[in-house]
Design a protein around this ligand. Sequence first.
Ligand code: FES
Ligand code: FES
Length: 166
Amino acid sequence: MKVQEITLFVNGTQYDFSVGPRLGQIPPGETLSQTLRNRLGLTGSKEACGEGACGCCTVVMEGEAVTSCMMLTADCDGKHITTIEGLANPSTGELSVLQQTFIDHYAFQCGFCTPGILMTATALLAKNPHPTEEEIKDALSGNFCRCISQYHVIEAVKEAAGKAGA
Ligand code: FES
Ligand code: FES
């Protein structure tokens, strides 16, 4: 089997892997969610449904919110990826504007869905700094919260909208 070399850029750090069947290689069927969580130790994004239905595993790839359980790592060569661990300022630890407004608005309860929601909202505000409430709801329509935190989430995203660094 031909070995494929791939490079991921995750939260600004370069990771080189080879794809193949051997120990230490990434199996061709390994998902990005598995790689982030199990190989890189980035367990902030969660995996629940494993089939693209809940949004808990969402990360930002090349500016787009993607469900990492639905991406094969072998297909992500050269991609720039941001996970929840990459939102805060790496030098100071200061939270992103969105992270802070989520705290200010108590926009979570158990928090299991929160990393995915934050990543979806981060991608939204990067592309559309002043979304309408309908646009926020539409962007977050693939992120499910069992704790019914959605109303607070909408308020948190609305407050973050337009602020620098959100
Ligand atoms: S775990 Fe990926 S969408 Fe549910
Ligand atoms: S805060 Fe518990 S699932 Fe959303």
